[in-house]
Design a protein around this ligand. Structure first.
Ligand code: C2E
Ligand code: C2E
Length: 179
């Protein structure tokens, strides 16, 4: 029986347009690739892919924290010092409009360089290129404050992080009385 390791990978295989936001490099490639081979979607009208390189002094992980897609189907990944976004069903002429919705700052302030792909075969060719990137080169997002309780209940004792145990009640009073 096939058991998926990662639910987002499974989702990307079945319904890539249902994803939103940051995806691991391989999940991103898989999702875009599946979308490109989906014949139910309009030819050369599936979306725009854009790769952005941060200005000197901004790390790609920091740039990622500024990338906040709202639309379902808008996904991004980081690796090889670039942020790659796929904007579902966005037309190339609307790219700047979409980027303005997604970044809180003008993208020119964050990125010095951009590359754009917007036809199925060009997007697919770039994805094939991207899939050759070694996992060591894949970026890792910083823990983000918005992900509720990002840092564990832990303190650093000078050598290592230690979790601080917290008392936890499994049953409330009513349930205790009932049993
Ligand atoms: P969604 O497509 O996942 O978009 C989520 C939110 O992203 C939207 O919330 C909106 O705040 C923003 N957004 C997405 N695309 C655009 C865009 O092209 N322009 C602007 N200005 N904002 C955008 P919102 O407006 O509350 O919509 C909730 C959901 O309702 C959307 O989820 C989508 O599924 C649907 N929806 C709303 N308006 C439209 C529309 O004009 N066309 C389509 N196809 N769906 C729409
Ligand atoms: P708009 O907000 O001026 O966006 C123009 C076009 O930019 C959109 O055309 C779409 O191709 C692209 N775009 C803008 N924001 C996003 C985004 O967050 N992600 C992606 N992937 N593409 C984006 P489209 O879809 O034909 O929508 C035309 C107009 O309909 C939009 O003009 C907006 O006024 C409205 N609209 C569409 N979807 C939504 C939505 O989910 N929520 C709201 N509030 N308005 C929407």
């Amino acid at each position: 029986r096939y058991v998926p390791e990662d639910i987002s990978t499974l989702l990307s295989m079945t319904q890539p347009m249902k994803l939103r936001g940051y995806q691991k490099w391989d999940t991103f490639c898989e999702a875009v690739s599946n979308m490109m081979s989906n014949t139910l979607l309009p030819e050369n009208g599936k979306g725009v892919m854009v790769a952005l390189r941060p200005v000197p002094g901004i790390r790609i992980e920091q740039a990622l924290t500024l990338c906040r897609p709202n639309r379902t189907g808008d996904i991004m990944t980081i690796g090889d010092n670039r942020l790659v976004l796929f904007l579902s069903f966005c037309r190339v002429n609307d790219l700047d409009t979409a980027l303005n919705h997604i970044f809180p700052l003008p993208t020119g302030d964050i990125f010095s360089n951009r590359m754009i792909w917007f036809e199925d075969n060009l997007i697919s060719a770039e994805i094939v290129q991207m899939q050759t990137l070694e996992p060591e080169q894949w970026g890792k997002p910083l823990l983000m404050a918005s992900d509720a309780k990002p840092v564990l209940n832990a303190t650093h004792d000078g050598h290592a992080w230690r979790r601080t145990p917290e008392p936890l009640r499994l049953l409330n009073d009513a349930e205790e009385r009932a049993s």
